[in-house]
Ligand binder design. Sequence first.
Ligand SMILES: NC(=O)c1ccc[n+]([C@@H]2O[C@H](COP(=O)([O-])OP(=O)(O)OC[C@H]3O[C@@H](n4cnc5c(N)ncnc54)[C@H](O)[C@@H]3O)[C@@H](O)[C@H]2O)c1
Length: 356
Amino acid sequence: MRNLKLILVGFGVRGKQWLKAVRKIKRIQLVGIVENDDKKFNDCKRVLKKGEQFFKSVECLQNIEFDCIILATPPNVHFNQIKDIVSKNIDIICEKPLTESFKSSLKLKEIVNDSNSTVIVGMNFRYLNTSKEYKTLVDSERFGPIGYSSFRYIRNRNPYRDDLNKYPIGMTQPMLLEQTIHHIDLMRYCYQSEIQDVTAQTWRVPWSSYEGDCSVSILLNFKNFHVNYIGTWTSGWNKFSFEWRTDFQNGVIIQKDQFSDLNFAQLESKLGLIGTNFKTEKDAEDLKQIKISKDKSFESDTYKYLQDYLNYKDTNTPMQTNLIDYLKSYAVIEACIESNKKRKTINLEKYYRYIY
Ligand SMILES: NC(=O)c1ccc[n+]([C@@H]2O[C@H](COP(=O)([O-])OP(=O)(O)OC[C@H]3O[C@@H](n4cnc5c(N)ncnc54)[C@H](O)[C@@H]3O)[C@@H](O)[C@H]2O)c1
């Protein structure tokens, strides 16, 4: 249980969330923050404590001793940053997406394999209490086999807000790479099953703040069931609309909020024969909300992710998330891009083969 020396790179939206998690863990010693935007120098200075340093780039870290580095920078710089530090025999916790293409992510994996360093791309939403509970319910098999699922994420995300990053504005596939990847990962995690093929279309809504495809529609085939997914960052209403529903032979799970509000109902088949034909929530089976302690989004999940990493360091217990597992989620994103280009269903097998 020795102390861990850590460097944080990027002091933007995500870097600030990471710093909160780091500060909560006494045995982590923050060596310093790397940030290349001069305008953020004062922000960094304000949060740095005695003895902690400020660096302008990861190249300045050559003679600095540390065990772990968190990359909370935009994805277009991850490749070079990892290349610059991989020889240091350290753990690199990199934000998703690792890079902006499957090919460059695989190349990076090779570079890392030839080094003494480790790269972890953590999908923090797995550590939410709702995700854990969703997975537990699926695992319990109390509702029988899954029939199908629908996942809806409709949000009017204005990137010009102070508390949001700006770089996705110019990305070709902002929704897929920045947001949908979390949802794909959650489905893989909660269903404990791999996606076999995808049929996807992505598009830009004409009035969007994003230059690329801010909207995504995917039909995902898991082994014995399929999922209908819609995700967008541009809407005609500022009300955020989220629902992840899974229909089983004998029941349903419905998550109504992205970080909370998890519910289930047990099917009473006899009820299908009596009462009103189109039942409202009032005459259908009770939808029961599951009591779950509420996460502070982006903070408590990040903290638990960091704890998982420390536990892995202490006990060698595999983390809930790792590079290979991340690549399986990213393969689905890449297959969606291919499906959209070719306007056809893409089998994932060839992508999975590349990962190993
Ligand atoms: N896991 C999550 O829940 C979550 C949430 C938000 C963002 N992210 C991810 O975190 C990463 C960063 O996103 P963000 O929202 O913080 O973006 P951001 O633009 O708010 O912050 C990025 C920071 O990195 C700095 N930076 C850029 N290039 C640099 C370089 N070469 N050296 C040092 N600093 C550099 C920028 O100046 C900026 O301060 C992205 O990969 C994003 O997808 C993940």
